[in-house]
Design a protein around this ligand. Structure first.
Ligand code: WTA
Length: 646
């Protein structure tokens, strides 16, 4: 942990939306008088009907219910587009930067309006109705944004599936959402490599109901099979429909989107976000955390397949009439200077990325950064996993030339928007700390029994009351929502994260305390990787844990027991890695895989993951009590055959 403190720079004190005194005042009001506070801030949105009922929420275990602004009526696409047309029709809404640096384009708010209306009409013509789920499996091209906003316009619920997921993962999500519509592209392009999105969709749909419809965007022009009656080309359909589409009037609590995310058990769950509270929270956090002023060029490097892309490429920025940059490529293509070149090319003022990217680029050396100017940068942001102080310092010194504050923003798919974060004009920074709660967020630390920890302490991070951006339920399974988030500590939302609070009341997130891995900022359940492994015919049992990885933050360590008579070999190891990639997607690729004749189990047959974690972490001396093991000898074998870190 770092004890260095970075004060708010003088020029920030002058121009920032909020200083420390204002932060404290607003925060206090948001906690003591939430109805008044949020009624006032709800005015930042345009409502067809202004809400009178503000907060109606309960975290009680037997009655978890979350409603915000429930009598309000609005439309998200109107808030993100139509209402800006009077003042900023010709302002750029989206800057698109292609995978190949030669290609970019700027989309004004007027163009965005036409594109989204057209897309909405195409969806309607395919039969999409209010409340229907539309799966979006796309590369990072403007059409992904058009498709999402088009759903919002007609009241359909989008479910974006990250383009790196496998056909199986896609099929699981289509089926769980009972989605009858898929929007995809012929192929994606990342780092010069093609991603066969349409072929993957074809593969996935073999495992679905058979009555889906598919809209295909032409991105690369690569050859794809089109199935008559099921698949249509977007450009052909778009030419037949008008560029005007009346927005649906949506209740604040009508669903806006589902986004699948991994938990500690079972299959990924469909996190459901609704219309009013989500948009208000995304827009407000975007403005205050990034201190967004009119005219700023803002770039979040996430993919729209993750929640960061939803809230901070699309909904937050567009609701604020911002110029938001959307990047198709990867940080190291064509070279490790790419991010910094894009910043210079488009004069980016605010840059928001993930620690894993920072660590990887740090490894490539300062020269790649220093050969660019980056004078336009004013503010840097970090999200997705704890940022180690070394990476923070490098980001600050090398990328930001010691000039730009860093907002280390802690939040989750479930929270809809940022919950713990510095505000650049208000908060002194400590490298590695997400610092203080945003308005409306009431964090606390509890021990494993649920007792509150006071003052300086380490424990489990819980949130004591609802905020407008909170997820409302797990799609189709409210009981799972209650069990996952409200059963560990009754009356509180459990985040799944461990956290330390220092003497100044600053929060330091230490990482997941459940069986969720955070691999390069992507969430994965150990159970998902295990179930992929045991679906291989030669595998009888598997246990997966995380271990510290220099670039990825957490690496994936797999212990695999083979079927009787099978022999472990390098070929089989490679085969298993390929199998997991195929089952889930490349993000789940095991880093280390050890063949284990036996796994450490209690006498009742429960795998002792604590021991497996210690071995993976190289902490053999610290295995704790192994006396309850059914067969303590397996531990010696595991230690003797531990795989080395890459
Ligand atoms: C982790 C991403 C430390 C955390 C927005 C959380 C972080 C999980 C930070 C959610 C941060 C996210 N510092 N850890 N600034 N931001 N995390 O749902 O473990 O993909 O629970 O949402 O990422 O990941 P998710």
């Amino acid at each position: 942990m770092s004890d260095k403190v970075y004060p708010v720079p003088a020029q920030w004190k002058k121009r920032a939306l909020v200083n420390d005194e204002q932060y404290k005042k607003m925060y206090a009001e948001s906690i003591t008088a939430p109805d008044k506070f949020w009624a006032k801030h709800a005015k930042r949105l345009d409502w067809f009907k202004t809400p009178k009922k503000i907060k109606n929420t309960s975290f009680a275990y037997d009655n978890v219910s979350i409603k915000w602004f429930e009598d309000g009526v609005l439309n998200v696409s109107v808030n993100c587009i139509d209402r800006h047309l009077k003042k900023r029709a010709d302002q750029t809404a989206i800057i698109w930067e292609g995978d190949d640096p030669y290609y970019d384009k700027k989309i004004t708010y007027r163009e965005l309006y036409e594109q989204v209306c057209r897309f909405a009409n195409v969806l309607k013509k395919q039969g999409v109705k209010k409340g229907d789920r539309v799966t979006i499996y796309m590369p990072m091209i403007p059409e992904a944004a058009y498709a999402m906003l088009a759903c919002a316009r007609i009241g359909a619920v989008h479910s974006v599936v990250f383009g790196g997921f496998s056909p199986d993962s896609l099929a699981g999500r289509i089926n769980d959402a009972q989605s009858k519509f898929v929007v995809t592209a012929d192929e994606g392009l990342r780092g010069g490599k093609k991603v066969p999105l349409k072929a993957n969709t074809d593969e996935a749909l073999k495992k679905c109901s058979g009555d889906e419809k598919v809209v295909v965007i032409r991105r690369t022009g690569g050859a794809v099979a089109m199935q008559a009656g099921r698949d249509v080309w977007y450009h052909e359909e778009a030419a037949k429909v008008p560029a005007e589409c009346k927005p649906e009037k949506m209740k604040a609590e009508d669903p806006l989107f589902i986004l699948y995310t991994s938990g500690s058990t079972g299959k990924p769950k469909g996190v459901l976000h609704t219309t009013g509270g989500y948009l208000l929270f995304a827009s407000m956090t975007h403005q205050y955390v990034f201190d967004y002023h009119d005219g700023d060029i803002y770039w979040c490097t996430a993919d729209v397949g993750w929640v960061t892309g939803h809230s901070y490429i699309l909904y937050g920025p567009l609701a604020n009439g911002a110029t938001t940059l959307m990047f198709e490529g990867v940080p190291n293509y064509p070279t490790a200077s790419r991010f910094w070149e894009v910043i210079d090319k488009h004069q980016v003022n605010i840059f928001y990325t993930a620690p894993t990217a920072i660590r990887a680029l740090m490894g490539a050396g300062e020269d790649f950064v220093k050969r660019t100017s980056r004078k336009s940068l004013r503010l840097l942001g970090s999200v997705g996993e704890p940022i180690n102080p070394e990476a923070w310092e490098w980001y600050h010194r090398v990328v930001g030339d010691d000039r730009c504050p860093i907002v280390d923003t802690w939040w989750q798919t479930e929270t809809g928007g940022i919950l713990i974060t510095p505000l650049p004009g208000a908060t002194k920074l400590k490298p590695g700390s997400a610092t203080r709660p945003f308005f409306g967020c009431k964090p606390a630390l509890v021990d494993d029994k649920g007792e509150f920890l006071k003052g300086e302490a380490s424990g489990n991070l819980v949130i004591l009351d609802s905020w407008p951006g909170q997820m409302r339920t797990v799609y189709g399974d409210h009981e799972r929502f209650v069990q996952t988030y409200f059963s560990a500590y009754k009356g509180m939302y459990f985040t799944g994260d461990g956290c330390r609070r220092d003497k100044d009341g600053y929060y330091w997130i230490t990482g997941r305390v459940d069986d969720v891995l955070n691999v390069s900022g992507h969430r994965l359940g150990t159970a998902e990787v295990e179930s992929a492994l045991v679906s291989h015919p030669k595998v009888s049992e598997a246990a997966v844990v995380g271990y510290p990885h220099d670039i990825k933050g957490t690496g994936i360590y797999c212990y695999v027991t083979l079927m009787a008579g099978e022999q472990g070999s390098d070929i089989l190891r490679k085969d298993l890695v390929t199998h997991v990639r195929k089952e889930i997607g490349p993000i789940a690729s095991p880093d280390l895989l050890q063949f284990a004749p036996g796994l450490p189990k209690t006498r009742s047959g429960k795998i002792m993951r604590r021991i497996l974690r210690k071995i993976a972490e190289d902490e053999f001396g610290n295995l704790g009590d192994t006396s309850t093991l059914a067969d303590p000898a397996v531990v010696d074998d595991l230690i003797a055959n531990r795989q080395n870190k890459k």
